[in-house]
Every structure is written in C-alpha cells, then in structure tokens.
Design a protein around this ligand. Structure first.
Ligand code: GDP
Ligand code: ZN
Length: 344
C-alpha cells in the first residue's frame, strides 16, 4: 500500500513529523485510516489539537500520524485541504462541519424524471464552486426517459461550460462517459437529493453491491458494521469515492425544507396512529398502514417519505459531532489546566 495511490501529492517532506495517512471513515472518537502501513484506526493526539485553529479531521483528509503497530495510531496534524464541502455547524455562527475533503470532482446528480430542477442545479453548482473542485453534471435514470435533449439544453443554460453526462446505472448506458473522472488516485463526491441514484451509481462503478439502495443505509449506530464501514471507497481501478452522511445531508437542503408540504397528507395521517412514536411498520392501530391497505395512500409514496426521513435524520449526526468536538476540547482544556498547576 502506498499513500500516493490514495492521492497524497504534497511536495513537502513530512517524514520527521509523522507518517502521511488518509481518513477513510469517521467513527465515534475514532478514525479509519490508510497509510503506507496499510489500513487501521487512529485517534486524535491531544495537545496538538488544543488550539481551535487546528482542523478537526474529516473523511478524505490527509493527516500525519504517529504510527502504532499494536493499536490505534495518533493523529498529529491535519494537512491543508485542497477542496472541501461543509455544512454550517449546528451552533450557528460557530464555524462549520466539514463533510468531505480533498476530492477532485463533484458529480452533481439529478434524475431524468421528477427530480430534475434547474434551480436546485444552480445551488449545487454554487456549492461545488465553493468547494473548488471540478463539477460534472450527471443526469441519472436515462432509461426512464425517451428524450433527454431538453434536459441537456436546460442544464447547459444553467451551467455553461460544465460537462453534462447522461447515465443509467440500471442499463449501464453512458457509464463510459464518466471514465475521464474515474481515474487512479482521483477522488470524487456525489451531490444530489435522496433517491437520485447515488448508491446505485456507486454500485455500478464498483461492479458490486457495496451500497444498499433500498433507502436504508447501513446503520453505523448498531456497531455491527463499524469494522467494515468505509466512507472513502476505492474502486478496482484506484479511483476513490467519498460518501458520507454529511455529504448526503448537503444534498438535502431544499428537500427537507419542503418535506412538510410534500408529505403533508402522511404527516396528517400519522397524527392518528395509536402510538406517538409509531414507525408505521407493524404497530397496532397504525393509521398510515391502514391508509395503504385501504388504498387511500400510495405505498410507493410512503416509501419515498420514509427514505427522505431516514436521510433527514442525519442532522442528528451533526449534533453528535458537535457534542464530541466540544467534549474533546473540554477534556484537553482540563488536562492542560492540570499540567499548568503541576508546573506552578
Ligand atoms: P440514492 O438515494 O441517491 O442513493 O438513490 P438510490 O441509488 O438508492 O436509488 C433510488 C431508487 O432509484 C432505487 O429504487 C433505484 O433502484 C432507482 N434507480 C437508481 N438508478 C436508476 C436507474 O439508472 N434507472 C432506474 N430506472 N432506476 C434507478
Ligand atoms: Zn403509524
């Protein structure tokens, strides 16, 4: 394993500071990493992160570690980011939560049916420009439409000079158009709302089902998947894809805003379920299931609703992240204070 294969291309020699590594996943208080020593785990090294100016690592970050062959390595420093996406920190005005870093391309995804929306395309393009990576518009589900010329024209009006690719993960149509961006050592991120086909595209590019496309993503909180869970995936040919909960949340802006309106009927029905925390699965007295059974609610609409709800839930992760970060700084502050006391 060579860190250069993971896109490490810093000219500076960091050898006497630490071993370069890349963050492949962020777990609770622990990071999945890859370095010349192979895959492993790392934790933050306390005092170096004492200053708020230090960057809290995110998926895709290049870091310097103090390698430990017997356990978790220590992260000494987060190296400067070439590109990144961030969500605003849940504590407004208090910085930001970086959700992916050091990617080369942003696939701005919309599907060629209901999801196509020039306004949203514009917002994605703005976000991509801020990230400093190269945007590529990827219109998905080509198999669902006969005539996509109007969509291409509309996309090129919104984004002159940006390449638009038309693909179908289902039939494989147009997938070869993506190959200029699927290159060894290059990293890409997918930006698009829920259901647009991000997981399906990842599976198609990987040539195997590594993502669940039934709307329910592997649940990290169950701990069952933590050892295999990756948020930076390397494809067979050495290209990498970053897919983090935060990136998915970023694709959801206007969707969550409109959730109440779009699914007002379902939310209304849910008010009549026997249990307040009804998940509308097998609970007795569920008004939603009843409506599906008697045909007043379309089952597929309910599926979409559930899926979007699942993704909106990721905002909890943002709050969790903030809590961890605060706790982290607090613990360091305490230990620093202790140290000072010892000295004087
Ligand atoms: P994500 O939420 O963006 O990850 O979207 P998924 O990959 O989970 O796809 C959402 C739904 O769209 C699933 O039911 C997929 O089977 C379907 N889908 C994805 N790609 C295609 C495609 O190219 N053609 C068609 N017809 N359906 C697709
Ligand atoms: Zn219910």
């Amino acid at each position: 394993m060579n860190i250069k294969d993971y896109g490490f291309d810093f000219n500076k020699n960091y050898e006497n500071i630490g071993t370069p590594a890349r963050i492949t996943a962020v777990h609770k208080g622990r990071f999945g990493i890859v370095s010349d020593f192979g895959e492993g785990y790392a934790q933050l090294k306390g005092k170096e992160y004492y200053h708020e100016s230090e960057m809290f690592p995110t998926v895709g970050d290049f870091v310097l570690i103090d390698h430990n062959k017997d356990g978790d390595s220590r992260i000494i420093k987060t190296l400067e980011r070439k590109t990144y996406f961030s969500l605003r920190d849940p504590d407004k005005g208090r910085g930001e939560q970086v959700v992916a870093a050091n990617f080369d391309y942003v696939f701005i995804m919309q599907s060629l049916n209901h999801d196509f929306n020039p306004k949203r395309l514009e917002r994605y393009l703005t976000a991509a420009a801020q990230s400093k990576a190269e945007p590529v518009i990827v219109l998905t589900k080509a198999d669902l439409t006969d005539d996509y010329l109007p969509y291409i024209i509309e996309a090129s009006n919104v984004a002159p000079g940006v390449t638009t690719c038309i693909v179908s993960a289902k039939t494989g149509y147009g997938m070869n158009e993506l190959s200029p961006y699927i290159q060894k050592g290059k990293t890409l991120v997918l930006l698009g709302s829920s259901g647009v086909g991000k997981s399906s595209l990842i599976n198609a590019l990987a040539g195997e089902d590594i993502m669940d496309t039934n709307g329910i993503r592997e649940d990290d909180s169950k701990g069952r998947h933590t050892t295999t869970h990756r948020e930076l995936i390397m494809l067979q040919n050495g290209a990498m894809i970053i897919d983090t909960p935060g990136m998915r949340e970023l694709g959801m802006w206007d969707v969550t805003e409109g959730l109440g309106n779009t699914f007002a009927d379902i939310e209304e029905l849910a008010q009549h379920c026997r249990f307040r925390n009804c998940r509308h699965e097998n609970e007795p007295g569920c008004a939603v299931r009843e409506a599906i059974e008697n045909g007043t609610l379309d089952a597929s609409r309910f599926e979409s609703y559930k899926k979007i709800k699942t993704e909106a839930k990721y905002s909890c992760n943002a709050a969790d992240y903030r809590r961890q970060k605060e706790l982290f700084f607090k613990n360091i502050a305490i230990s620093e204070r202790k140290k000072r006391k010892d000295v004087y």
